[in-house]
Design a protein around this ligand. Structure first.
Ligand code: DGY
Length: 328
């Protein structure tokens, strides 16, 4: 009897190169080629005979789902974040979890800067004004924002991992000082950028722009809530390209409404795609639909990496980018 080729369930439509790398490596593939999340029932049915799963951050991978997948050896998440996956449950069942780090670092840092500039310079408000037909011409009083750059401006990076560092590097072009929080000192950021490691209270008090780059974990839940927003400068901008629940979105709505801080730029939300009540009505919130990694080049690299992880594990090799079952 010949061995059955490894079988992979792919839960969503993928950008190029799609499932090509899996087919080229001799896997059989059930591709749910639909650009919306599967229902829990569809996902359960999909994984029932699968040796590998390629899934997205919109899919919840928990113990009951893994129990419905007796053959599963790898869950390859098409994201650097993996808070949608119960890593402990996977480890208990001997299932490898992988993510897509590095390949999306620069794209996400670019988007953080798009939000920093858009929020500080009121780009969203200006765009809406022009499109509405309500613009009556240049005025010295119109939509005056805040300068982002200059030696008297500080970027505060909360979580100096790879994306935090890439975001901080871009601040050099704006002549900004950089301070950061991190569990461990980051010698590269300190040597290269003169970045100063401080605690969160000090960062919030000092920074003109606070940019969030911590992975989501129970400890990071609502890391930025009402007290932290109150500790920021009233002229400051908050940017979140990490995970929505790092910020207490209801508290942020209140802070933006009351002028506790000047503006926010958000790419991620606590209950995506839903927004906290009132958020969409705030002129000083720039709101994007989770676009951090959304470039053609980055998405292709994410698909390549997720497929390479699947092929490696399903052929008995070590994964390229495993997620630590216990680490942050
Ligand atoms: C991630 O990778 O975790 C982003 O949020 C989506 O690319």
């Amino acid at each position: 009897m010949t061995a059955r080729p490894p079988h992979v369930y792919v839960s969503r439509a993928l950008p190029a190169p799609g499932v090509g790398p899996l087919l080229a490596a001799g896997c059989t593939v059930e591709h749910r080629d639909v650009d919306s999340p599967p229902s829990p029932e569809e996902l359960r049915a999909g994984v029932a005979a699968a040796d590998g799963l390629l899934c997205l951050l919109t899919e919840r991978i928990d113990a009951p789902l893994l129990d419905a997948a007796p053959r599963l050896r790898i869950v390859a998440n098409l994201a650097v974040g993996f808070d949608n996956i119960d890593r402990a449950a996977a480890a208990e069942r001997g299932i490898v979890v992988t993510n897509t780090p590095d390949v999306l670092t620069e794209a996400t840092a670019d988007l953080a800067w798009a939000l920093i500039l858009a929020a500080a310079r009121r780009v969203g408000e200006g765009e809406r004004l022009v499109r509405s037909g309500g613009w009556t011409g240049w005025s010295p009083l119109q939509l005056v924002g805040r300068a982002v750059g200059g030696a008297d401006r500080t970027l505060g990076i909360v979580g100096m991992g790879k994306i935090g560092l890439a975001t901080a590097r871009r601040a050099a072009g704006f002549g900004m000082a950089v301070c950061y929080t991190s569990r461990t000192p980051k010698p590269v950021a300190e040597a290269e950028l003169g970045a100063e490691r401080v605690d969160l209270d000090e960062l919030l008090a000092r920074a003109d722009v606070v940019s969030l780059h911590v992975p989501y974990s129970p400890e990071a839940h609502h890391l930025i809530g009402a007290p932290q927003l109150a500790a920021m400068k009233p002229t400051a901008v908050l940017v979140n390209t990490a995970r929505g629940a790092v910020v207490d979105e209801a508290a942020l709505v209140t802070a933006l409404r009351q002028g506790t801080i000047a503006a926010a730029g958000l790419d991620v939300y606590e209950r995506e795609p839903a927004l906290a009540p009132g958020l969409a009505d705030l002129p000083n919130a720039v709101l994007l639909p989770h676009l951090g990694s959304a470039t053609v080049e980055t998405r292709a690299a994410m698909v390549e990496l997720a497929c390479a992880n699947l092929v490696a594990v399903l052929h008995g090799d070590p994964p390229l980018t495993p997620v630590d079952p216990l680490g942050a």
